[in-house]
Design a protein around this ligand. Structure first.
Ligand code: PAF
Length: 510
């Protein structure tokens, strides 16, 4: 495709209409650096869409005229960089075309009050309103499928996500992690304005944040006062240094697993921001749902795709059921039950091709636990208090350091109530019975008549949803996905998109 520079809105419209593919949009204010290059190369490598980079120094988002005037403008070099990194077209409009004076069709937006009344929003009056206004204007003109934004400007990213949601715009936001120079300083256009001495100050600040992240990993604690003192000792002028919940930008709470340590400093006349994400344990995805909802297949694929541990809690209940049958245990007798639970060991072994075996007391029971005999007693067994307590403790041990996707019926409500992403997967009874019938692993289900199978599923649903302890139910903060009519891959993609939307890429890479 011919590389194109577009300057006028009419040209943009003509070009857009001539395209056969969708658009990946990478908005910038120019002075392109490694951070922008990562945005462009991510767009280029993630699909075969057309990549459009915009270069527009948006006057609305500058709260000071001096800052606007001194903002580095390097258009020729930017064009070279953008094309060589993967841009198919570059849009470089004039201010007058983007914001024609007295034009009633331009919508001047206000950023979310909640999200813009913290961090940079406290001192940069109107800044995020300006960002929202320009990005919305560009989206309307360009109509892209994907929008690429850097996590370096985390607050901006949150505010733009909120805008897209509020305006119900059909666009997928792809976030790209902060890119750092070899001295730890994040790439930013404003770095150009720094003297050697200022750069050293910024380096100290960024490295202080990076160090805090390492300390947090060990101690799960952060001492803002101590960090401030160290920065003060270097005469660093701090505008803010905050430890917040990364989604609502409010003070961090004890139960928050992921948090953000964000700061802004002034180096001479230049204001710079940096942040790190802190995490007590790796993220957890909880997938709950009734029998036949596709949980197992989908959870396994997600584990593979996101490189997470796969925890099949249902298999643990089934394995215990298998042991009870094999050893003829009368599980209604508390003493017998406690004796066996003291000595039981359930472990999973995973293989490269995403197959997983389950062992109970060293017996590999992967296949056998899928029999109808086990299916018919597992619900009853899983309603026994001692068994649930025992297995929930085991499951929490496995999930202690996170980094896993767990499937079951009480994951989001009981086992991991603080999971970062909770999914409630379900489907109609007909659909679930159809799936069970065609499931080669569920051998006995293939021999049962369809209507009888539906009855069995209904019975299982009733038992699971009505048991006293940890009944099957959707957690308040779970996202329900009804899988009728969707392919497995469509559901997997949907969940991965939700995960990517929730978990900063900077964290996924740790
Ligand atoms: O992040 C930036 O460079 C700008 O705020 C953006 C998103 C291009 C809007 O002007």
């Amino acid at each position: 495709m011919k590389k194109l520079i577009i300057r006028k809105i009419e040209e943009l419209e003509k070009w857009r209409q001539s395209l056969k593919s969708s658009i990946n949009f990478i908005p910038t204010m120019g002075n392109l650096h490694d951070g922008h290059q990562k945005l462009i190369s991510t767009a280029k490598s993630s699909n075969s869409n057309t990549n459009l980079v915009s270069i527009f120094v948006n006057p609305l988002q500058f709260d000071s005229k001096a800052d606007l005037q001194s903002y580095p403008k390097t258009f020729d070099k930017d064009i070279e960089i953008a094309f060589s990194t993967g841009a198919d077209a570059i849009f470089i409009p004039n201010t007058i075309d983007i914001f024609p004076p007295n034009n009633k069709n331009i919508i001047y937006l206000k950023a979310s009050k909640e999200l813009s009344s913290a961090l940079c929003g406290l001192t940069r009056e109107g800044h995020f309103d300006g960002v929202c206004t320009v990005v919305y204007r560009f989206i309307k003109l360009i109509q892209p499928k994907n929008l690429y934004l850097g996590e370096k400007d985390w607050q901006q990213l949150l505010i733009l996500k909120n805008l897209i949601e509020e305006k119900k715009i059909k666009i997928n936001i792809v976030s790209v992690p902060t890119q750092r120079d070899s001295d730890g300083v994040p790439f930013s256009s404003r770095n150009k304005l720094l003297s050697k001495k200022d750069r050293k100050i910024l380096q100290f600040f960024s490295n202080e944040l990076i160090h805090s992240k390492k300390v947090f990993k060990k101690n799960k604690k952060i001492d803002l006062k101590q960090i401030t003192e160290r920065l003060d000792s270097k005469n660093i002028s701090i505008e803010y240094l905050e430890h917040l919940n990364p989604y609502n930008l409010k003070k961090v709470q004890e139960e928050d697993n992921i948090s953000i340590l964000a700061g802004a400093i002034n180096c001479g006349k230049t204001r710079l921001i940096d942040h790190v994400f802190l995490m007590k344990r790796n993220p957890i995805i909880a997938i709950d749902g009734p029998a036949g909802s596709g949980k197992s297949t989908i959870t396994k694929l997600i584990a593979k795709e996101l490189n997470l541990l796969y925890l099949d809690t249902g298999a643990m209940y089934r394995a215990l059921s298998w042991l009870f049958i094999k050893e003829k245990i009368d599980y209604s007798k508390e003493s017998e039950l406690n004796k066996i639970l003291k000595n039981v060991s359930i472990i999973f072994k995973s293989y490269a091709h995403s197959h997983q075996d389950v062992f109970i007391n060293n017996f590999c029971v992967t296949e056998e636990i899928r029999s109808q005999e086990i299916s018919s007693i597992v619900s009853k067994i899983s309603s026994i208090k001692e068994i649930r307590e025992f297995l929930v403790t085991e499951q929490r041990k496995i999930g202690e350091s996170g980094g896993l996707v767990a499937e079951g019926r009480d994951i989001g409500t009981t086992v991991f109530p603080y999971a970062e992403l909770k999914i409630y997967l379900t489907a109609s009874i007909d659909e679930r019975a159809k799936r069970r019938k065609s499931d080669k692993k569920s051998k006995d289900s293939q021999d049962i008549e369809f209507n009888k199978l539906k009855e069995l599923i209904k019975k299982r649903d009733f038992e699971d949803s009505n048991r006293k302890i940890s009944p099957l139910m959707k957690a308040n903060d779970a996202i329900e996905i009804i899988t009728d009519g969707y392919s497995i891959n469509e559901v997997v993609d949907q969940i991965i998109d939700l995960y990517n939307d929730k978990i900063p890429k900077e964290i996924q890479m740790q």
